[in-house]
Design a protein around this ligand. Structure first.
Ligand code: HEM
Length: 462
């Protein structure tokens, strides 16, 4: 049967299509698109044609089976390139392939296991800072704390750098660029017009550049060479050209890893604490596992396989709130997906937030149920029904790093504390480049051995 011309989708505005809706409420637009039109949904954003793919088979086709027909030369990645240049996340083709091969050994399982102590110790240092918070019962933003922690960890692990003095500046700059990259402005189409928004963007990029320059300069001026990712980038020599990386290339890779390597994991952790605070049964089970496997000593790499429930909690949290909630691709040539013709230059949208709730693959999709990731219940689930780290050759290079880090951070924190949500603080999704909580997540700290059942009863009675 010949492929049909165009999949169903919202008609949108005569000129703008669904541009205003995608600016205002991208998650709602994609979710409604799937609900109303099914697995393949056609959108128009101004003159750009886009297809949302929700079915795992179609996603697997784009990311894996026919990945050579799809690259990152689309409007989303063009915007990200304004910040990250040609780093691993945003580059394509032979250059990307060479850089990925170069960096892959740094992310091998054994190498990541070597970072476990650093991950646990950084968490313990944070917990020391929290002593006063625990005593006073003062509310704090768990999302901001997780961001600071994961930034510290990634900078130390990959670049042997201490960025604690720069954490504030990085946070402010990142919030600005995240907002601007996430909230597309029509004015951006007229590149020559200077606007306050563009000035703010440039200032934020300069602030991030200063941090990266500092990390690289410090290394260039020390005789001591750590065998870390930064050394690998600075010392790499191309076999064909016999040349090293240019300063710009090193900058792009360092900034990419610094940003991609902390913001996502921080969101995963923040949403995990949010979900645990609302699900006392799962929270108790997690605490029980950690107490019986680790007790009071510091966790280490060998504990990880013994903490399956902790892993399932994190996986389920990333199902409901995938930190990288949507990825996209550009169709290089024509293709056919789900019986529809895909024209070249179509923008393909893969929204894990939507696919992770696909009712054909997830029972009661809105329910927090970590055990759906047990071996028995995962059996038969298609590969691309769950894709917090993407898939195919462009799968997240840091996925093992992130899962190890998340498991260790959760275990170390839960040994000491349970977190409670501050009543009436609004927790809202803010889908920018990553899925952030719009107003942060305000919580208070309580001892890990607190009687959750009594507390819950008290709360209900209040
Ligand atoms: C929970 C944490 C994380 C999540 C949810 C996440 C998610 C993702 C996703 C979905 C992609 C694929 C993007 C695409 O196909 O367009 C990706 C790519 C990437 N991630 Fe992560 N990531 C996480 C942690 C990390 C960490 C810890 C690092 C580094 C230390 C990292 C570095 C990268 C890089 C460099 C790429 C580009 C890889 C390539 O194209 O070859 N990520 N990530």
């Amino acid at each position: 049967m010949a492929p049909s011309a165009r999949p169903p989708g919202p008609r949108g505005h005569l000129l703008l299509g669904s541009l205003r809706e995608v600016q205002r409420e991208p998650l709602g637009l994609l979710r409604d698109g799937f609900r109303n039109h099914g697995d393949v949904v056609s959108f128009r954003f101004g003159s750009t044609r886009a297809l949302l793919l929700a079915h795992p088979d179609h996603i697997g086709h784009v990311l894996h089976d026919n990945h050579r027909n799809y690259d990152k030369h689309n409007v989303d990645y063009a915007m990200l390139r304004r910040l990250l240049g040609d780093g691993l996340l945003t580059s394509d083709g032979a250059f990307w392939h060479r850089q990925r091969r170069l960096m892959a050994p740094m992310f091998h399982r054994q190498r990541v296991a070597g970072f476990c102590n650093l991950m646990v110790n950084s968490t313990l240092e944070m917990l020391e800072r929290w002593d006063a918070l625990a005593q006073s019962g003062e509310p704090f933003d768990i999302a901001a704390e997780m961001t600071r922690l994961t930034l510290t960890i990634v900078a130390k692990a990959l670049f042997s750098a201490d960025v604690s003095d720069d954490a504030e500046a990085i946070g402010v700059a990142l919030t600005e660029v995240n907002r601007q990259l996430g909230e597309f402005s029509l004015l951006d189409m007229f590149r020559m017009i200077p606007t306050p928004r563009k000035r703010r963007f440039r200032a934020a990029v300069s602030a991030l550049d200063r941090v990266v320059d500092k990390i690289i300069d410090q290394r260039r001026h020390t005789a001591h060479r750590n065998q870390d990712l930064l050394s690998m980038l600075l010392d790499a020599v191309d076999e064909e050209t016999n040349k090293g990386m240019t300063p710009r290339q090193v900058r792009d890779e360092v900034l990419t890893l610094l940003l991609a390597g902390h913001e996502t994991t921080a969101n995963a952790l923040a949403w995990t604490w949010y979900l645990l605070a609302q699900n006392p049964e799962a929270e108790n089970k997690l605490h029980h596992e950690i107490a019986s496997v680790i007790g009071e000593r510091a966790p280490n790499a060998l504990d990880l396989p013994q903490l399956p429930y902790t892993r399932m909690v994190i996986e389920e949290s990333m199902r409901l709130y995938p930190p990288a909630w949507a990825i996209s691709r550009n169709a290089i040539g024509e293709d056919e997906i789900g019986g529809y013709r895909v024209a070249r230059k179509t923008n393909i949208i893969i929204c894990s937030f939507v696919t992770h709730r696909h009712p054909a693959f997830w029972e009661e999709p809105e329910r927090f149920d970590p055990e759906r990731f047990s071996a028995e219940r995962s059996e038969g689930r298609p590969n691309f029904a769950y894709l917090p780290f993407g898939g195919g050759p462009r799968i997240c290079i840091g996925n093992g790093f992130a899962m190890t880090e998340a498991q260790l951070v959760v275990a170390t924190m839960a040994q000491r504390y349970r977190m409670r949500l501050v009543p009436r603080h609004p927790v809202e999704l803010h889908p920018l480049v990553t899925l952030r909580p719009r107003h942060g997540i305000r919580m208070t700290l309580h001892p890990a051995d607190a009687d959750v059942a009594a507390e819950t009863r008290d709360r209900a009675a209040r």
